[in-house]
Write a protein that binds this ligand. Structure first.
Ligand code: SF4
Length: 301
């Protein structure tokens, strides 16, 4: 059996699309209909007329697709539990307590959080939409949950008051300025492109800070011989395809929950409608509003 051909056949038969994040295994990215960052993929999932969405990312991404399209079958073909480390750093109870502490603030939650936290929030954001969502939401004080690094990056660019939560991505927050210095020493001068989940001292060394989609675009805009990419190294696959003639250096940033999906599990998912993701109806109803608000505020002029 030719696995890839079988996946293509099943996709047609099931009226399915495969979405994959840039951090996924290369062979998964190659099978996907769309590869992108979480904002792009959430827009595609929402607009698509497919009946089945095979979501290749981490748990919160597949849950977000289900919340935005509850009538569709969402398959999350991870062979084992695959949550982003930030998904359990906040919880609904803590958010409700914070809201009491800051009654004039609106809660903007990074999409890398559980569905329960999204349900307790006013709006969700991704790294590529965070600034627009914060600037366009009708409040001057924002409780920003859970990533403190993304919160501080937004604070650097807005006049609104950001009240950060204490969470972070373990993979991005672990990187220190000395890691960048070491890479520069070893590889010579490079333009540094970093994700906003990195700590402020690392971002301060970067020539560009932005989401994965932003980093991919920045390579086109910033002319250089060599680039140091400071985000999860799964992005190397897309970078290599888009910029085969440029040189890149990656740090040892590896997100294991992102590597739990393989062509074999995608095949199983489509063949048996296995790995279906379900959520309680009340969570879907409450979290949907905050996800739809993200799209509204991100596109508001
Ligand atoms: S790289 Fe960090 S933020 Fe992204 S999915 Fe992995 S743990 Fe979560």
């Amino acid at each position: 059996m030719n696995l890839i051909e079988e996946i293509k056949r099943l996709k047609k038969e099931r009226n399915a699309i495969i979405l994959a994040h840039y951090y996924q295994n290369p062979e998964v990215q190659e099978i996907a209909d769309y590869v992108g960052d979480s904002y792009f993929l959430s827009e595609i999932g929402k607009k698509s007329e497919a009946q089945v969405i095979v979501y290749c990312g981490v748990q919160f991404m597949a849950e977000s697709a289900k919340i935005l399209s509850p009538e569709k079958i969402v398959l999350f073909p991870a062979y084992t539990c695959a949550p982003c480390c930030m998904e359990n750093q906040a919880n609904e109870k803590l958010i409700l307590e914070k809201i009491k502490e800051y009654p004039n603030a609106k809660v903007v939650t990074y999409i890398n959080s559980s569905s329960g936290v999204k349900a307790a929030s006013h709006a969700v954001c991704t790294s590529s939409s965070a600034l627009q969502v914060v600037n366009n939401i009708d409040a001057d004080e924002i409780l920003f949950v859970p990533d403190k690094n993304l919160a501080s990056w937004v604070q650097e660019q807005t006049t609104k008051k950001i009240i950060p939560y204490e969470g972070c991505c373990n993979i991005h927050d672990r990187v220190k300025p000395s890691d960048l210095e070491e890479a520069l020493e070893k590889n010579g001068p490079m333009k540094i492109l970093a994700h906003p989940e990195c700590r402020p001292s690392v971002r301060a060394m970067a020539d560009y800070v932005g989401s994965t989609a932003g980093i991919l675009k920045a390579i086109e805009d910033i002319d250089a011989d060599k680039y140091l990419i400071v985000t999860e190294k799964g992005i190397a696959h897309e970078i290599g395809k888009r910029y085969p003639d440029k040189k890149f250096v990656y740090l040892n940033m590896f997100c294991s929950p992102m590597k739990k999906i393989f062509p074999e599990t995608i095949y199983e998912a489509l063949n048996e409608l296995k790995y279906e993701l379900t959520l309680p109806e009340d969570i879907i109803n409450r979290a949907k509003m905050s996800l739809e608000n993200m799209h509204y505020y991100a596109n508001k002029k």
